[in-house]
Design a binder for this molecule. Structure first.
Ligand code: FAD
Length: 232
C-alpha cells in the first residue's frame, strides 16, 4: 500500500450554491426576514460578508446550519478493513460494491499495508498467501458455491469501492477523528483525499477539515503524537 496507488477519490457532487445556502440558514435564525428574501438579498452576493457570518455561527456550535450541505465522493482502491472503519460513521450514506453480486474472477485485488510492503520477505509471503486465498475462492465458486458464501475466505485486505455521501457537519466530524494520527494510516489517507477534494473547490473549509487537536487546541488522546500539548 503506497500512498499513490492507494484510495482513489473524486468529489462527484456538491451544491453549487453552498455558501448561499449556509448563509441563508444562518441568517434565517436571527432575522425577521423570510429565507427566500435572505437568499435573494444583496449580502448573499458578497462572499466575504457571508463567510464572516458563517464562521461566527460555526464557531458558536450552531451546526444545523451546515447540515444542509450534502457532498458525495466516488471512492475506490481501499481495503475492506478501511471501508469497515468508514461505515461506522452513522450519518454517512454508502453504496458499496457487493461481494455477493460481483464474483471475483482470477486474483482478487487487494491492498498491502505499508508496514508489510516495506518488509521484502513478509511482502512476498503476503502476496503468496493472497494467491492461495484466490485459488481457494476460485475452487469454491467453480464447485457451485455462490459468491456470497465463497467471500467468507476473502481477507480484510481485499479491495473495495463505494459512493459515499455525507453532510458538511459529518465531514468535519469525520476529518476531526480520522485525520488524527491515532486513526489508522489507510483511513487517514482516504479522509485526507476527501477533504482535499472539497477544499480545492471551497478553500474556506481548510480550517475545519483538520484533526480534532487543531480545533480543540490540545490533544485529548491517551497516546499523543505530540502535535499539540496533551490536555492537562
Ligand atoms: C482512533 C479510533 C479508534 C477506534 N477504535 C475502535 C475500536 O477499537 N472498536 C470499535 O468498536 N470502534 C472503534 N472506533 C470507532 C468509534 O468508536 C466510532 O464508532 C467511530 O469513530 C464513529 O464515530 P462517532 O460515533 O463519533 O461518529 P458518527 O457515527 O459519525 O456520529 C457523529 C456524532 O453523532 C452523534 N451520534 C451518532 N449516533 C449517536 C447515537 N446513537 N447516540 C448518541 N449520539 C450519536 C455523536 O455525537 C457522534 O459523535 C475507533 C475510532 C477511532 C477514530
Amino acid at each position: 500500500m503506497t500512498e499513490n496507488k492507494y484510495a482513489r477519490v473524486r468529489l462527484i457532487s456538491k451544491p453549487g450554491n453552498m455558501l448561499k445556502t449556509i448563509y441563508t440558514a444562518c441568517r434565517t435564525c436571527y432575522s425577521s426576514d423570510s429565507p427566500l428574501n435572505i437568499y435573494d438579498c444583496e449580502n448573499a452576493q458578497d462572499k466575504e460578508k457571508m463567510l464572516k457570518l458563517i464562521k461566527r455561527v460555526i464557531s458558536s456550535g450552531h451546526y444545523s446550519t451546515i447540515e444542509h450541505i450534502q457532498v458525495s465522493f466516488a471512492i475506490s482502491n481501499i481495503s475492506r478493513a478501511c471501508s469497515h472503519q468508514l461505515v461506522r460513521h452513522r450519518h454517512m450514506s454508502f453504496s458499496q460494491k457487493s461481494q455477493r453480486y460481483v464474483k471475483e474472477k482470477g486474483q482478487f485485488e487487494y491492498l498491502i499495508p505499508e508496514t508489510i510492503e516495506q518488509n521484502k520477505e513478509l511482502k512476498e509471503k503476503f502476496e503468496r498467501f493472497m494467491g492461495e486465498i484466490s485459488d481457494f475462492y476460485g475452487e469454491l465458486t467453480a464447485n457451485g458455491i455462490p459468491a456470497e458464501d465463497a467471500r467468507a475466505v476473502l481477507p480484510n485486505a481485499a479491495s473495495t469501492s463505494m459512493v459515499a455521501s455525507l453532510n458538511l457537519r459529518e465531514l468535519i466530524h469525520l476529518a476531526n477523528l480520522r485525520l488524527c494520527t491515532r486513526a489508522q494510516k489507510e483511513i487517514r489517507i482516504l479522509v485526507k483525499r476527501m477533504c482535499d477534494a472539497l477544499i480545492e473547490e471551497e478553500e474556506w473549509l481548510k480550517e475545519y477539515l483538520v484533526p480534532k487537536c487543531e480545533r480543540l487546541g490540545y490533544c485529548d488522546e491517551d497516546k499523543s503524537c505530540g502535535r499539540k500539548a496533551v490536555r492537562g
